[in-house]
Design a protein around this ligand. Sequence first.
Ligand code: TEU
Ligand code: CA
Length: 555
Amino acid sequence: MEQKRWWKESVVYQVYPRSFNDSNGDGIGDIPGIIEKLDYLKELGIDVIWLSPVYDSPNDDNGYDIRNYREIMDEFGTMEDWKKMTEEIHRRGMKLVMDLVVNHSSDEHPWFVESRSSRENPYRDYYIWRPARADGSAPNNWASAFSGPAWEFDEKTGEYYLHIFSKKQPDLNWENEQVRNEVYDMMTWWLDQGVDGFRMDVINFISKEPELPDAANPDNMPVVFGGEHFMNGPRIHEFMHEMHERVLKGRDVMTVGEMPGVDEKEAIRYTSPDRQELDMVFQFEHVDLDSGPGGKWDLRPFSMPALRDNLVKWQKALEKEGWNSLYLNNHDQPRMVSRFGNDSGRHRVRSAKMLAVLLHMMRGTPYVYQGEELGMTNVRFHSIESYQDIETRNMYAEMRNEGVPHEQLMEQIYVKGRDNARTPMQWNAEKHAGFTDGEPWLAVNPNFEEINAQSAVADPNSVYHFYRRLIHLRHTHDVIVYGSFDVLLEDHPDVFAYERVLDGERLTVYCSFSDQEAAVPAEAGEVLIRNYSDTLRDGNQLTLRPYEAVVFLEQ
Ligand code: TEU
Ligand code: CA
């Protein structure tokens, strides 16, 4: 019998605080700015807010490099602000999930300052230090996600330390029980502050193979940079279960593990309730379909059939055991309407709504990334200086060093750069889209006069109101939350169709990814939601217009 849970029935909204709303004119989003917009989120129908890191940080990776796990970053406000925000979220009947970044800390964290001070320091083993190889080179050939090697030589103590991400993000040593205890204490402290759960950053990276062996083929960078030796490592399930036992057990909280490189078989192990590990995971297979063997910057064309195969595989794999997260967007991914839809003129709104139907009618917990509900698009900056993301800036510098033309790199950055998702939230058509009265830390997308929350809320046919209706449907139809899943028309080149069934109710969902008409056989049923004002159905033949989405319900 299906175990009903509040987080299975919820829709989560991800706030990237730096780009959400600036209340004090310094050009950086902040916590008081979030408080100003809680009614906007409540009216959208949001149940849970996932807040990207707001902890004290030097912002080498915009807060994913934490210097103090129990202090709020100055730019974002104070702990008093955070408490007020949490109170205001709960007062509105919403919940707060914080971002837990414990695969690594900032190199400015006191633990690392101590650790690097001497080989005998009691904190030395909080991080992963190794001597150079005989020829002085790094301990192995792993590459960093942010270009260059994953090892940095520290002159003072004459050893290398591991950093899968930037040099300022040294990996914590989870083999060290003291590190695990520090993390569990910190998590408990935040739960006691009223947090309702955690999104756990690259949490499947924390168990490395102890020998830290060379990657077989570091040039063939799959999802993670030679990561076959630290993704889903030997003790990961032990650590996840220990975390459950030590922190999460008995608490009515939600957990989602961000897991580049996880497959559906592993995901069942992480999310089966009887294993007492996590509630759900973020998989990356569907957002790596348009990447070649060289990783994300090795561009490949989007293929709807490939996306369908992957999402159907995940729907079926976790249908009876475990639970899916559903996302096409977040602060690391390009904007979904530009990537999977069609952001040109008349197709933008239609395809944004079609993608929303595709995701929100599926089995799993949907995640809406800030601005997705407006149909915000990728941004094209013409100089590298306009981009802020360390991943982008490091890649550009490294590739230019290797002679790759500027124009080619700028195209790759336009298609896949993370700043596409980090341009400021577009609130209205005023200066800087109403995000700030100052100079924004990252330029606003020039299309804000057309795409912004104020005009969307005023327009009943906007993407915003369409999301509001989809979220309402999830709140009022158990078949959407708990129904079975089966794909329909599985060989159609342009139409992604599926059915959901529960207690005699049957939902059939049709989504066209084409800018042409497509005729498909369609079952009976009343229209539940659609992104056109009418439905072209003649008998059991349904004609889908460009980017048309329609959902039928049979009771
Ligand atoms: O991302 C993990 C991760 O693998 C991403 O770096 C992703 O693969 C890549 O950005 C795709 O472009 C998490 C956070 O979401 C990300 O913002 C951080 O930079 C990273 O971990 C390190 O904390
Ligand atoms: Ca601010």
